[in-house]
Ligand binder design. Structure first.
Ligand code: BGC
Length: 406
């Protein structure tokens, strides 16, 4: 009972901090808030590895993991920080978790602080993949291994490994969803209008997402079945600084005003993730003259977007089980702390119950290929939401039938 109450209070705290735009960037609140979900995900993901052996815990004692997350204002990073903290603490490590308010200088300072604190391992989701070379040279000098978490850190040989989802596949899933939903292979002479919204150019992932979607849809664009009415087909034109919802909304309002105010029908808004999809959905609600259902894609399964999917305002999201990403990072981190050089065997040796590929070809950070562990994303729609997100233990259904963080 008591535990249930704590869970409810903590979930409420997480929602409030998200609603408030997370002005405070207080790492502790979010970490505690998602802790119950982290537990569930851990049980889900790695039942065999659940209990740390006493010797393992003893080894972990006295070792500290420095985790640098970008911001609490984009929902998923609250989950990532919490899951990572929970995973490493469950094995006896001390964790220092920082959030840097999406400010590059702040993240550099935060990492400097972690190095000064003599952490034993750094796990970093970069705000700007290009801006950490100097500080990570210091990490390398101090002998601290670095895991590039979710986003590849560029132009530094201090990065040992990369853990993420297959980012290109996220985009192909979005593109394929559009093909299937509109049955583009049997479209005949029909022409559907589409606009793209991509992510932050400072985030190495953003290009992968966009290219995955664009490459998948390109044959239909070239055949004239899909028409980009604005003509904005290049990543630089459709990118959204900081993945910001308001920025995506304003750009889309301009597009609707300039190209669709004469009654032209918009059929698809291909958005790379949920924070941008939220802005695009708001723009469509406020500024679109048509009354057809626009197909809107997303990524992450943010609570506000799952709400919109249930209400028919967004069509799909690509879900990435970040609880599993944290489990993969934990096992990789332990191997590195043990002085090992992990490879594909880490996947079978760890007994993960989720799919993961070891990739030594796709991610070059400018200093060479960074060996990568890539997890597999899933399409979520109103139809499969309960099966994929509730039955798997990631979310619970609230009294109104909407999903909320576990
Ligand atoms: C992550 C996405 C997320 C985006 C904005 C990307 O690096 O992979 O899951 O939507 O950042 O937070």
């Amino acid at each position: 009972m008591k535990r249930k109450l704590v869970s409810v209070l903590l979930t409420a705290a997480l929602s409030m901090s998200l609603l408030a735009g997370c002005a405070s960037e207080s790492a502790d609140t979010a970490a505690e808030s998602a802790a119950p979900a982290a537990e569930a995900a851990k049980e889900e993901a790695a039942p065999a590895a659940e209990e740390a052996a006493p010797a393992e815990e003893a080894a972990a004692e006295g070792q500290t993991i420095g985790i640098a997350m970008p911001t609490q204002s984009l929902e998923r990073w609250n989950r990532d920080g919490s899951y990572l903290k929970d995973q490493f603490e469950s094995k006896g490590y001390t964790v220092e978790l920082t959030y840097s308010d999406n400010k590059i200088d702040q993240q550099v300072k935060d990492i400097e602080g972690l190095i000064a604190d003599e952490v034993d391992l750094l796990v970093i989701a970069a705000i700007d993949g290009e801006s950490l070379s100097n500080v990570l040279a210091d990490a390398k000098d101090a002998g601290i291994p670095v895991i590039s978490y979710d986003r590849l850190i560029m132009n530094t040989d201090a990065v040992s490994y990369y853990v993420s989802f297959d980012n290109y596949t996220v985009g192909t899933l979005q593109g394929q969803f559009v093909i299937d939903t509109l049955d583009l292979d049997n479209a005949g002479d029909a022409v559907y209008n589409i606009e793209f919204t991509a992510g932050d150019p400072a985030d190495n992932n953003a290009g992968f997402f966009f290219n995955g979607a664009f490459d998948t849809l390109k044959p239909y664009i070239e055949a004239g079945t899909l028409n980009i009415v604005s003509g904005q087909s290049e990543f630089d034109k459709v990118a959204t600084a900081a993945w910001d919802t308001a920025t995506a909304m304003e750009r889309f309002q301009n597009i609707l005003g300039s190209y669709y105010s004469d009654g032209t029908q918009l059929d698809v808004a291909l958005c790379s993730n949920d924070s941008t999809a939220l802005g695009v959905t708001q723009a469509i609600e406020s500024d679109y003259a048509g009354d057809n259902d626009v197909i809107i894609t997303g990524q992450d399964g943010d609570v506000a977007n799952l709400r919109n999917i249930k209400d028919g305002k967004q069509t799909m999201t690509v879900y990435k089980a970040v609880a599993n990403e944290a489990v993969a990072t934990l096992d990789l981190g332990i191997a590195l702390l043990n002085g090992e050089t992990p490879d594909a065997n880490l996947i079978s040796d760890s007994g993960w119950t989720f799919d993961c590929a070891y990739d030594t070809a796709s991610y070059d950070n400018g200093t060479g290929i960074i060996p990568s562990y890539l997890l597999v994303p899933t399409v979520v729609t109103a139809e499969n939401m309960e099966k994929e997100l509730v039955e798997t233990g990631y979310y619970i259904v609230d009294s109104e039938g909407y999903l909320e963080a576990q």
